[in-house]
Design a protein around this ligand. Sequence first.
Ligand SMILES: O=C(O)c1ccccc1NCC(=O)[C@H](O)[C@H](O)COP(=O)(O)O
Length: 261
Amino acid sequence: MTILETITAYKHKEVAAKKNAFPISLLEQAPLFDRTPNSLATALRNSHTGIIAEHKRRSPSKSLINASSEVQDVASGYETAGVSGMSVLTDTKFFGGSLDDLLVARDAVKFPLLRKEFIVDPYQIFEAKAYGADAILLIAACLSNYQLKEFSEIAKQLSLDVLLEVHSKEELDRSLLPSVDMLGVNNRNLKTFEVSIEMSKTLAVDIPNDFVKVSESGISSVETIKELKPYGFQGFLIGENFMKTTHPGKSASEFIKKLKA
Ligand SMILES: O=C(O)c1ccccc1NCC(=O)[C@H](O)[C@H](O)COP(=O)(O)O
């Protein structure tokens, strides 16, 4: 079994249990459910730097990244640094995150928040809205063509932006949907955990300009961003590079200053 298969099998069980305990009708009554989201795609289009900074405690590829940082400090630090948005990992078992992290970040900042999750069921999209997300991630490798269309359309009905992640030409070809705002190329191979920004460069040419192009994973230098910009990328998702430091916000701030210089 690949890590993605392991994670998605776990997610199906997790969602089934949650649906029984807390149905969608209750999620719809959450105070944040009626909040008008801020568009992450618009923030990226209007930005010269386009950094989406992630809150990530641990991961299957690196195990522990940061055990001590508080999500509200990280979120406020990222806001002060001038990032375009923040990705909040809400998976607990594999990444040490939670939906409470999303709520805490929502309370701390106004900028767009992406719910970073392995979405296998529409229930999780309603959850994202109820916990204050502005955008959701869909991963093409986890979903059928029918699900990509259905899930992205549900997100748009809830006024959430959709970042759809691909890692091959085949995945990209079935992801070019009008209900998708941003196309993310994951530089990390989720079978081997190998990282190569060549993946972003290779797939960029086949992404039409009506999608905001986002390069994800393994970005640790300003030079990499300068290398990717000519390929049309307007968003850069960075996790470990900031989170491995004692002050992720400060680290993001120095990174952005260098990028602007
Ligand atoms: O990061 C992992 O090890 C990982 C393993 C399996 C599935 C997904 C994984 N990462 C999720 C992400 O998308 C990254 O956290 C995100 O792109 C940031 O990557 P990085 O800057 O390399 O931390």
